[in-house]
Design a protein around this ligand. Structure first.
Ligand code: UD1
Length: 337
């Protein structure tokens, strides 16, 4: 029997799309999720897409006993670790909750992985670790800036912990630094499920188009960019999911060049907030109500990826453009009404 791939947070946004991609590539997958920011029905939807059974355990990674008990019954070849809190604003209000969840959860998982001799580990990191980079596009050697939020710090700390873990225990680790993930599975059976008022741009856009929100606020039009609004690199979630499978395969094949590797995952192209609005309107033939407001505290001016390393080393190429990604986001939103 094939050894399994453990996906923590496998019912969450990027996790669920990655599980689909893993199952469709013949991997046997087991999911752990604590449902803190996901819904149990996603489990069924994944099975519906892949037409395969998916093993799933409701486990909170902060619960060390539960984690150890889980591993004692499993034969796992690799871990893809998504499970973490990710709301920047909330992390400023509840820093200790973020450190406990994102750091203690990671430590429990790594201790179990060490004790069970699990060799391969993929970590969900974020371009947030770069802060406002001095040079664009941002490559993996860009210096890390002090993170603005406890959330960002948990990603930086997570990377450091993993670097030491890989070095001391000779484990293979890849940290994937995502730019801005967007869109949904083409079946519109799974997608992003923000709880409450969305913080991120795309769910706010789709909820505004759906009439759930009155209008979109564009946070600042006085940035030093081509139209004054901030620039980000919006990457399609299924392209991200594919990158995870490629990174995992690299480790399983022993093709990694170092114990600890880092890859940026973005399209390489930056879009302004106004360009995103236009692309959404064009792709979906809907009008979006928006107004310009003040800048949001903590936002940077511009970030987009240098994806050369991921292309060269992983053989990964993003395939879906902004309009197509925004079309899937809207198809998904329409199923939620
Ligand atoms: C944020 C986090 C990042 C995290 C990512 C995914 C910060 C500084 N960064 O990225 O660490 O990994 O979410 O969870 O918070 N915007 C509007 N109106 C809105 C919402 C957003 O104009 O209603 C603008 C923002 O100002 C920004 C862009 O849209 O310029 C993207 O915002 P968002 O989707 O929140 O992502 P980031 O802030 O880039």
């Amino acid at each position: 029997m094939n050894k399994k791939i453990l996906v923590t947070g496998g019912l969450g946004y990027i996790g669920s799309h990655t599980v689909v991609e893993l199952q469709n590539n013949g991997f046997e997958v087991v999911v752990i999720d604590d449902l803190s920011n996901s819904e149990e029905f996603v489990h069924e939807k994944i099975e519906q897409i892949t037409n395969k059974k998916l093993e799933y355990h409701l486990i909170d990674l902060k619960d060390q006993e539960a984690v150890d008990e889980f591993f004692s019954h499993q034969d796992i070849a690799g871990v893809i670790h998504f499970a973490a809190h990710k709301a920047v604003g909330e992390s400023v209000e509840k820093p200790l909750m973020y450190y406990r969840n994102n750091i203690v959860g990671l430590l429990n998982l790594l201790e179990a992985a060490r004790d069970q001799n699990i060799e391969n580990f993929i970590f969900s990191s974020s371009c947030t670790v770069y802060g406002q980079a001095d040079e664009l596009p941002i490559d993996e050697n860009a210096p890390l800036k002090k993170a603005e939020s406890p959330y960002g710090k948990t990603k930086q700390m997570g990377e450091e912990i993993l670097e030491d873990f890989s070095e001391t225990y000779k484990k293979n680790v890849i940290a994937l630094r995502y730019f801005n993930p967007i869109g949904a599975h083409p079946t519109a059976l799974i997608g992003e499920l923000p709880k409450g008022i969305p913080n991120n741009l795309i769910p706010f856009v789709t909820q505004t188009a759906a009439g759930i929100r009155e209008q979109l606020s564009v946070f600042g039009d006085d940035y030093p960019t081509r139209d004054g609004t901030a620039i980000r690199d919006y990457i399609y979630v299924m392209d991200l999911a594919k990158a995870h499978v490629m990174a995992l395969q690299r480790l399983l094949d022993g093709k990694n060049k170092k114990n600890y590797e880092i890859f940026n995952l973005g399209t390489g192209t930056g879009s302004t907030v106004l360009e995103v609005i236009q692309a959404f309107e064009k792709a979906n033939k809907v009008k979006l109500k928006y107004k310009i407001t003040e800048r949001r505290a903590g936002d940077i001016t511009a970030a987009y990826a240098d994806k050369t390393k991921a292309e060269k080393e992983l053989g990964w190429k993003p395939e879906t453009n902004l309009e197509e990604s925004l079309r899937t986001a809207w198809e998904w939103q329409k199923t939620l009404k």
